[in-house]
Design a protein around this ligand. Structure first.
Ligand SMILES: Nc1ncnc2c1ncn2[C@@H]1O[C@H](COP(=O)(O)OP(=O)(O)O)[C@@H](O)[C@H]1O
Ligand SMILES: [Mg+2]
Length: 385
């Protein structure tokens, strides 16, 4: 686990009071000072970590992104544009550039840097550095070559169907593990508040990385829920949060449930029906669950290549996550356990059957060889379905 102590724990407070006190604060100096602190505190760790912190100059970032050339643009969000770049050392980076300076944008920038600076986990996007001076606010991350999940489910990459069933399940488990780290391991605990398909990025191995911490909230010890202004994205918002601003870890669990249904079905969280009525993904799924017609829920692009038992249990987990009562929703740790259990069980069964067949195969005679081969391929086919 990343030692958060190296990061100024009161950085956000310091930042905010500094912002109020001196609108013209020298961010660049602040940035360097934090990095210096990180570097000093982490000199030993950095040697053993494959992820050293970097201090970027504006010149370096401009050079890496070809002056934020339009061709380098890889994403657009509420906060600003995201650009691909390559540093002089040959490292691929993604740079988020704040689009317009406002108190709200500045706050999102500070929150994202503060929170990403505290966390380190295989399923959370890695922060490489940031730059803040004058009107420029930049955040530098690891570049994720397989972009965000939304492009695979509904966007340009959806037609290529790069996400087969096992990949979808491992992305769901990965995103849940990233969240479990935020909710249960990070200190203080963190609520993400904007879990959705465009905020889950995919690395070269299609490993999920939860990103975009602009709306995240640090939860002081002992606090079970808070009331805040509603942030996040329609379709993913837990009802108690959307209606009364009651935020707790279980709001992220609700959003994760919606995301899980989206991963399984490639349906959007909210769909506009002819006549303008909106239907959410849970409403769409419910009749199929009632009729035990789980096959209809799976993304047609999978062409029936999914494990039925896994599909069923993933849908049931998602429905538990999206319960309208936050008290009844599971914790994200339970979700990880259930999803891993369902996938693990199937993998174990396949291995056991293959093993059994291998053993049978050792004693086979020439005459029953053909029958055995057929039986074996039948079993494989059955499990592959
Ligand atoms: N590290 C990255 N690697 C590749 N693409 C990225 C990266 N970070 C962001 N993006 C792309 O940019 C989009 C917007 O980034 P995000 O962090 O969600 O910003 P916003 O706060 O503006 O929503 C993402 O949905 C994704 O497509
Ligand atoms: Mg986003």
């Amino acid at each position: 686990m990343y030692a958060s102590s190296c990061f100024h724990t009161t950085f956000l407070g310091y930042l905010l009071s500094s912002l109020q006190a001196a609108k013209t604060m020298n961010w660049r100096r602040l940035c360097c000072c934090i990095y210096q602190e990180k570097e000093d505190g982490n000199k030993e760790n950095n040697k053993s970590r494959d992820y050293p912190w970097e201090i970027y100059t504006l010149k370096e970032i401009l050079h890496a992104t070809n002056n934020f050339h339009n061709d380098n643009k890889i994403g657009e969000g509420g906060f600003g544009s995201v650009y691909w770049g390559r540093t002089s050392k040959g490292v691929e980076i993604a740079v988020k550039r704040l689009k317009a300076m406002s108190a709200k944008a500045e706050m999102e920038f500070a929150v994202e840097v503060e929170i990403l600076g505290r966390v380190r986990h295989k399923n959370l996007l890695g922060l490489r550095g940031f730059y803040a001076s004058g009107d420029e606010r930049l955040i530098v991350y690891d570049y994720m070559p397989n972009h965000c999940l939304i492009t695979h489910l509904h966007g340009q990459l959806a037609a290529d169907c790069l996400l087969d069933w096992p990949r979808r399940m491992s992305i769901a488990i990965g995103a849940a593990e990233g969240l479990a780290y935020l909710h249960h391991e990070a200190n203080p605990h963190i609520i993400h508040r904007d879990i959705k398909a465009s905020n889950v990025l995919l690395d070269a191995n299609f490993q999920a990385k939860v990103a975009d911490f602009g709306f995240a909230k640090l939860i002081p010890d002992g606090v079970t829920h808070m009331t805040t202004r509603v942030k996040g994205t329609l379709g993913y918002l837990a009802p108690e949060y959307a209606m009364w601003g009651k935020v707790s870890e279980s709001c992220d669990v609700y959003s994760f449930g919606i995301l899980l249904l989206e991963i399984i079905s490639a349906k959007k969280p909210l769909e506009k029906l002819p006549g303008g009525v909106k239907r959410d993904i849970v409403q769409w799924i419910t009749p199929y669950v009632q009729k035990d017609a789980f096959d209809h829920i799976a993304d047609p692009r999978l062409k029936g290549k999914f494990d039925r038992a896994e599909l069923k249990s993933a849908v049931m987990v998602a429905l538990k996550c999206t319960d309208s009562n936050p008290e009844i929703r599971p914790s994200i740790l339970e979700v990880v356990e259930w999803l891993k259990g369902s996938v693990g069980r199937r993998r174990k069964e396949v291995t056991n059957i293959e093993h059994m067949l291998e053993e049978d195969g050792d004693n086979e005679t020439d005459t029953d060889l053909e029958g055995f081969r057929m039986a074996k391929s039948e079993v494989r086919r059955k499990w592959a379905r």
